[in-house]
Design a protein. Structure first.
Length: 361
């Protein structure tokens, strides 16, 4: 599609699809021409706000629209596979929300279908494009921290279950709890910063202590709490990952826990020449990054001045470049599949209560 000056896009999903809609508004080479979703009222509101000419209740009707060249898929996890496969079959490039899929088997089908169709499959790891992340990535690549031998990644909420009884707390529909919802973000952040090292083993544990009691619902959730809500996933997960190069990563993520944190995520890197820490409280984008170094024989901590960005807009900009200009896709579906492979291994380790070897490592 190189040489085209405009990408005509459809959005499938009227919930979190708002983040993609806002992101496309910042990309002058993209135009939203269609929107599909089951919540008719919400879709109509969004269509009016963003001046979208075509609205559908069935995503298949959107895919049948000839002038749609690419789609953003922002639907519950269990629909990622069928909607992505249908979009690729219809000849549309795809940007899918994280996680790529519930399982490795599903993710492999998606990546293989995109490769066979010679279409772009990208994933919305929007935390990568934060200013603190890009600054830290540059420091790592220039060797300023030396060899990264240990890292920590976390996303912890005091009360943040996104709807007791919603699809998020269904094992079948979501594939898991905070690990696959929040943990996938910080897992990707840490591994991307470390240069995507090969992970060889995982040792993990998961807990469901507050959700089954009906506690820990996210006050800001748009999903109502159901009186007969079933809670089928974890509300806290911890994992210890070993890399082929000898490095290690500790991962901790919770929707609900008795902790001093409110809604906070971050990554810490420990190198043999320096260290760094990102700690974002309530989605903050400034005053979040610290570097730890020596100045002679004196320990020095420093905080760079950061800029606020719209994470989805940056991901969408890359997606549009990949489709229109043929630039390498990043983050790619293959990277999304790698993260799913690790999450699947973490869940398996927790279930079997033992360290497991990562398949494909």
């Amino acid at each position: 599609m190189a040489g085209n000056t405009e990408l005509r896009v459809g959005i499938i999903g009227c919930g979190a699809g708002i983040f993609h809609l806002e992101g496309y508004q910042e990309e002058p080479r993209a135009r939203i021409v269609a929107l599909a979703g089951l919540n008719t009222e919400r879709c109509n509101q969004l269509a009016k706000r963003f001046e979208i000419p075509h609205i559908y209740g069935d995503y298949q009707d959107l895919l049948a629209q000839d002038d749609v060249q690419a789609v953003s898929i922002v639907v519950p996890n269990h629909l990622h596979l069928p909607v992505t496969l249908a979009a690729l079959k219809a000849g549309k490039h795809v940007l899918v929300e994280k996680p790529l899929a519930r399982t490795v088997a599903e993710g492999e089908q998606m990546v293989r279908a995109a490769e066979q169709a010679k279409l772009v499959l990208a994933i919305a790891f929007n935390r990568r494009t934060r200013h603190d992340m890009e600054l830290l990535k540059g420091q790592v690549e220039r060797g300023e921290l030396g060899r990264i031998y240990y890292a920590k990644a976390f996303w912890m909420r005091r009360a943040g279950i996104p709807g007791l009884g919603s699809w998020f707390t269904s094992k079948e529909q979501a594939g898991g709890g905070p690990l696959i919802d929040l943990g996938v973000h910080v897992l990707d952040m840490a591994l991307w910063l470390m240069g995507n090292p090969n992970v060889v083993t995982a040792s993990a544990a998961t807990y469901a202590e507050l959700g089954p009691q009906g506690k820990g619902n996210w006050p800001g959730s748009r999903f109502p709490v159901h009186a007969d809500a079933k809670y089928e996933v974890e509300d806290l997960a911890v994992a210890f990952l070993r890399m082929e190069d000898g490095g290690t990563l500790h991962l901790e993520t919770a929707w609900a826990a008795y902790t001093g944190m409110t809604d906070e995520f971050g990554v810490s890197l420990f190198g043999n020449k320096g260290g760094a820490e990102i700690h974002a409280k309530e989605y903050a984008q400034v005053d979040t990054l610290k570097f730890f170094r020596d100045y002679g024989d004196v320990a020095v901590d420093c905080m760079p001045r950061l800029q606020t960005r719209h994470g989805h807009a940056e991901i969408i900009r890359r997606f549009v470049r990949s489709v229109l200009d043929g630039a390498p896709v990043s983050p790619s579906g293959a990277e999304g599949l790698d993260r799913v492979r690790l999450i699947e291994a973490i869940y398996r380790s927790a279930e079997e209560q033992r360290e497991v070897t990562i398949e494909g490592s």
